[in-house]
Design a protein around this ligand. Structure first.
Ligand SMILES: N[C@@H](CCC(=O)N[C@@H](CS)C(=O)NCC(=O)O)C(=O)O
Length: 212
């Protein structure tokens, strides 16, 4: 498998999932501004939307959309148990992947992290985000994971919660989410993925500095 990723973006959830499974993959870094891979290729030829992640399977198929990629990885590496194998469990997994992708990632964090979003958009996202986090807080109270055990949805949620630090969202207001995020960061897969991607993110910022 080849994973096209940008450091600390939503693609980190696939890296975490691959590490959970102890799977081998090639990680191809994409500069989200220039849309070039680290070896200078045009990423738009892989995903015309220019968005990461994209995953090239061992059969050469290119898959896009985080929720689909995460479910593909879980299915390709069944020994890791990253997705429930019963239909009810799969339905719940789909529910949480959709919630994270639409209510948190796109509706809340994208406007808060986007320099081009105006103050009105950011205020709207913060208000709606607070309600979504309140809902998540209730679900996580008394639970270790989103589902019965660690799944690709936890990998995605942990990746998204990591963006709080770059926004006005203070997770202390939601103690169950805060404790969940702290727990998840202690998982070896998450700690390894975040530490590697923090280094790559720093290097990308250095490269973008004028005169670099
Ligand atoms: N619908 C896509 C959204 C992916 C997405 O928003 N990716 C962000 C990083 S988290 C990105 O590539 N942003 C670059 C850009 O907007 O140009 C998915 O779920 O995979």
């Amino acid at each position: 498998m080849q994973l096209y990723f940008s450091p600390l973006s939503c693609s980190a959830s696939t890296r975490i999932s691959l590490y959970e499974a102890g799977a081998q993959a090639e990680f191809i870094e994409v500069d989200s501004k220039t849309k070039r891979t680290h070896d200078g290729r045009d990423y738009l030829e892989v995903n015309p939307l220019g968005l990461v992640p994209a995953l090239r399977t061992d059969d050469g198929d290119v898959l896009t959309e985080n929720a689909a990629i995460l479910q593909y990885v879980a299915g390709a590496l069944p020994h890791a148990g990253l997705a429930p194998d019963d239909s009810r469990g799969r339905m719940r997994l789909q529910q949480w992947l959709s919630f994270i992708g639409t209510e948190l990632h796109k509706a809340t964090f994208t406007p808060l992290l986007d320099a081009k979003a105006n103050e009105g958009a950011k205020t709207y996202a913060l208000e709606r985000g607070a309600a979504r986090l309140g809902y998540l807080e209730q679900h996580l109270t008394g639970r270790e994971f989103l589902l019965e055990r660690f799944s690709v949805a936890d990998a995605y949620l942990t990746t998204v919660l990591n963006w709080c630090a770059a926004t006005p969202i203070d997770l202390k207001k939601w103690p169950a989410i805060s404790a969940y995020f702290a727990r998840m960061q202690e998982r070896p897969s998450v700690a390894k993925a975040f530490s590697e991607e923090r280094r790559l993110y720093g290097a990308q910022l250095e490269k973008r500095k004028p005169g670099a």
